[in-house]
Ligand binder design. Structure first.
Ligand code: DXP
Ligand SMILES: NCC(=O)COP(=O)(O)O
Length: 249
């Protein structure tokens, strides 16, 4: 059992954006996360630019792409076009050529991601987008609920990987029904692996619930941001990263 840890920097950018200036510095923070063992850096720009901005993607891409063993992952809604100074997710991806693009079916005004794709509705529109990204040598992952039928459709539209949406697991963790939710995720992950899809996971994972989620069969990568940022307030970034790196082994 060993999988990659990609650190999501949205919340570092959110803190920076609360004032003028560049403090905390997102790129310096990325360097520290990498020095403490991160295998990847994730960003999820949104049209309101409340956290990660297009310029951050450029700077982070410059930092991460020359590093052989660290990946850059850009997440977001591919159907979001340009709004004001926001150029749209696909343009950001095409300009920065990340190792991985994780496509997420958010509404533009969503507080955070809260569901996977319904590919019966959006599969046909996604298919050419996925092909275009893959032609640019970008690995494409789709944000999905643990639903076998939908996962089959993810394979059919050409995705390389799925990212299982772990919000409901995280919300249930420690209560009576978390094991049954984990079971659903394990079945979905097993099935995805069997049909040739890689399995990533993310949303509200933390040091506590990762002690169980790390057992997911075939898990290749977790992306973690919100809790990791909060935990580092108490533990410090180095200790927090050290604990995550140990959980990912
Ligand atoms: C797809 C996903 O689960 C994450 O990207 C998460 O939504 C972080 O985004 P925010 O930081 O905007 O909440
Ligand atoms: N893809 C999930 C992600 O990047 C981080 O989500 P969260 O830990 O901020 O909830």
């Amino acid at each position: 059992m060993s999988f990659a840890l990609s650190v999501n920097l949205n919340k570092i950018a959110l803190l920076r954006n609360s004032r003028e200036g560049n403090y905390p510095n997102v790129v310096e923070h990325a360097k520290s996360c990498i020095a403490f063992g991160a295998n990847g850096i994730t960003v999820h720009p949104r049209p309101d630019q409340r956290h990660i901005r297009p310029g951050d993607c450029t700077e982070l891409s410059k930092l991460v792409k020359p590093l052989a063993d660290v990946e850059f992952n850009i997440e977001g809604n591919p159907f979001e076009g340009a709004i004001g100074s926001y150029p749209g997710l696909l343009q950001i991806i095409e300009q920065n050529l990340p190792d991985q693009a994780t496509l997420v079916p958010d509404q533009s005004d969503q507080l955070t991601s809260d569901h996977g794709f319904d590919l019966e509705k959006t599969g046909k529109t996604l298919e050419p987008i996925i092909k275009k990204l893959k032609d640019l040598n970008i690995r494409v992952s789709l944000f999905m609920d643990p639903d076998i039928k939908q996962i089959d459709l993810a394979k059919a539209v050409g995705a390389d990987r799925i990212e299982l949406y772990t919000g409901p697991f995280a919300a249930a963790f420690g209560q009576n029904n978390w094991q049954s939710i984990f079971e659903q995720h394990a079945n979905a992950a097993q099935h995805a692996t069997e049909i040739g899809l890689g399995v990533n996971a993310g949303h509200d994972l933390n040091l506590s619930n990762m002690t169980e989620y790390r057992k997911l069969p075939g898990l290749l990568e977790v992306s973690i941001g919100h809790a990791l940022t909060v935990e580092s307030l108490e533990l410090g970034l180095k200790e927090t990263m050290t604990r995550y790196v140990a959980l990912c082994k």
